[in-house]
Design a binder for this molecule. Sequence first.
Ligand SMILES: Cc1cc2nc3c(=O)[nH]c(=O)nc-3n(C[C@H](O)[C@H](O)[C@H](O)COP(=O)(O)O)c2cc1C
Length: 332
Amino acid sequence: MVDLTTKYLGMTLKNPLIASASLLTGSLDNVKKLEDSGIAAVVLQSIFEEQINKEIHQIDHFLFRNRDSFSEATEFFPQDEDFDHIRPDAYLEEVARIKQSVDIPVIGSLNGVSDGGWIDYATKLQDAGVDALELNVTYVPTDATLNPREVEEMYIKTIKDLKAHVKIPLSLKMNSCFTNPAFTAKQFEDAGVNALTIFDNPTLVDIDLEELTTLTKVNLTSSSSLSQTLRWCAILYNQLDIDLCANTGIHSGEDVLKALMSGAKATSFASVLFQKGISEVSIMLEFIEQWMIEKEYKSITQMIGSISLEHTDNPAAFERSSYMHALTTYRY
Ligand SMILES: Cc1cc2nc3c(=O)[nH]c(=O)nc-3n(C[C@H](O)[C@H](O)[C@H](O)COP(=O)(O)O)c2cc1C
C-alpha cells in the first residue's frame, strides 16, 4: 500500500488531485461525479468581481483604467448575458448545496482585480461552508505608463483585504507575467496567502479575418504546457514556506508525479477533464499508485520537491545555462 495523502492549504487531501475551477465544478452533479472518480478536492467555478459588483452597482477604476473616460468604458463592460447564468445569491446557494452533499474539501473561487464591495463576498463564501478560497487575479496591464510596482501593490492590497475578511486559508492563482515571478511570489507570501497556484492559464486572443475583429477563446492545454509549471514550482519550492499547487498542463499521472517532484504539494487541472472526461481521474490515480509501487515510493510526501531547483542534480535545466546547449545541439 502506498500513502497518497498530501497536506495542502491546512487540509489533508486523500491524494494530490484537485479539479481546477471551471464550468465542470459549477454544479453539484459534476462535483459528485468528480468525487466518485476519486478527486481529492474541487475548486468551484469562479464568481467574478464583475458579477458581484453588478449586483451592488460598483465598478472599480482598476477594471477600466486604460479607458479614456468612464462613460466610454461602460461599452467595454461585459454584456448582460455574461451575468445571467450566475447570480451571486444563486451561486451561494449552489455552493452551500455542494458543500453539504460531498465529503471532499470544497475550495471557493473568487475572480477579481481590485478592491471594492466584491471582497465582502468572501465572507459569504466562508459562511456558505467552503473550506478554503482561491483568488484568481487576472489582470492584463495594457497601459505603458502603469508602473509594474502599482500592479503588484494592487495584488497585495487585494490579498490583504481578503485575509482581513476571512479566517479560512487563501491561495492565489498567480499568473507568470511578472519581471521576477519568484520575488513577486515572495511578496504574496508576505501579504498572507497560504498557497500559490502556479500558474493561471489566460484565455487566447485571436483575430477574426472575416469580421475584422478580435476574438477571445478558452485555452485548452496539453502536457506540453507543463514546462512553465515545473520550472516555477522547482524554483519556488525552497524559497517559500507556503504550499504550491501545480496548475496548467497536468493531463496524466506522469504529469502529476513530475509536478510533485518539482515541489508542488497538489495539482489541479481542467482541460483533461473536458478532453477525456471525468473518469480520467481514476486512470491518473491508478497510474500514480502503480508507478510508486514499481519505484518503491511509500508516500507522496517522500517525492515532493525531490527534483526542485535545490535538489536536482541538473539545476541547469531550470536556468539559462541549459538554453544555449538545447538550442545549439538540436538535430533536424
Ligand atoms: C472552460 C473553462 C472554464 C474555466 N473557468 C475558470 C474559472 O471560473 N475560474 C478560474 O480561476 N479558472 C478557470 N479556468 C481555468 C482552469 O481552472 C485552469 O486554471 C486552466 O484551464 C489551466 O489548467 P489545465 O491546463 O488543466 O486546463 C477555466 C478553464 C476552462 C477550460
